[in-house]
Design a protein around this ligand. Sequence first.
Ligand SMILES: NC(=O)c1ccc[n+]([C@@H]2O[C@H](COP(=O)([O-])OP(=O)(O)OC[C@H]3O[C@@H](n4cnc5c(N)ncnc54)[C@H](O)[C@@H]3O)[C@@H](O)[C@H]2O)c1
Length: 333
Amino acid sequence: MKVLITGGAGFIGSTVASKCADAGIEVVVLDNLVAGRQEFAARFPFYRGDIADEALIDRIFADHPDIEATVHCAALIVVEESVTNPCRYYDNNVSKSLTLVSSVLRNGCQRFLFSSSAAVYAPGDGGRVDEHSPIGPQSPYAHSKAQFETMLDDVVAATDLSAISLRYFNPVGADPELRSGTSSARPTHALGKLFESYSTGTPFKVTGTDWPTRDGSGVRDYVHVWDLADAHLRALSRFDEIAAASTSLTVINLGSGHGTTVWELVRAFEKVLRHDIDTVSSGRRTGDTAGAYASNERAARLLDWAPSLTLEQGIDDTARWLVMRASRLRGTQ
Ligand SMILES: NC(=O)c1ccc[n+]([C@@H]2O[C@H](COP(=O)([O-])OP(=O)(O)OC[C@H]3O[C@@H](n4cnc5c(N)ncnc54)[C@H](O)[C@@H]3O)[C@@H](O)[C@H]2O)c1
């Protein structure tokens, strides 16, 4: 089998690419490098360009007529930036993604696996969400994911396209072999900020300590990126079976299946790094919620998938990745 991975030079796309390659699936990568790193895709045929470049997509399929599925990981992903620049996010994540769908369909590729997000769900109360939980995106980024899912659903109903949307919760870690990982220089999530506190000595801010959760801090669901990649592999290998069972878009949650509070994350981090972190508590930030964690029941049933790696493993792999990357970057200066 051969697959096209858009955004395959990014954090998740590159990890999915490694997982696929390890399983004998041939990988072709398309990425415009707006955020990704070309070296993450160095082992694969690589096309630098935009998902909305129709001539480029035609060229990729002319070069690789045996591509059987598209894994669409390309997107802009910074929530805060989506609030200040919504046009850029809707253009990239919705309009351009729709052009991509037309392009792959035109080239006869009818299997489409989409990187969606748990951000499409309505604000959580710290509890479990399944695929029937209410949709209620809270940012242009989250809206862009929800809107594209709606469009995909319509396209699936009207054309030969089959599509699966994987709603990731909070990915952490790196490829355990450290072939790729996050390239973000600006941590925007709690684990990234913990690493920032660790390296700069500045206190880690726990924002919101009066949520209705077991210790008052917010809940997230951290899932190892290598487990996520495994779910993609399973979705690709069972694609036709899953698609045959539905005339609409199939959505599947991918999380660890349990919630971790911010205080629990801090303790796990201290244990793995063997280093105490200074913390300060502050009030809730605008737009924050108590959070949520995934019901993985559907992923277990359709993909026979369950996460196998712990949060501690995710923290350790992230740490090993950041150390290796920093030393490599120093070596190239
Ligand atoms: N990282 C997370 O926390 C998270 C959570 C849920 C869902 N997701 C989704 O997973 C996917 C991958 O996220 P990631 O964390 O790997 O992000 P990333 O920024 O590391 O990777 C995205 C990649 O897409 C590329 N890209 C963006 N727009 C493009 C375009 N128009 N044409 C070609 N390439 C383009 C970027 O250069 C980058 O390499 C995204 O769709 C994201 O919305 C991520």
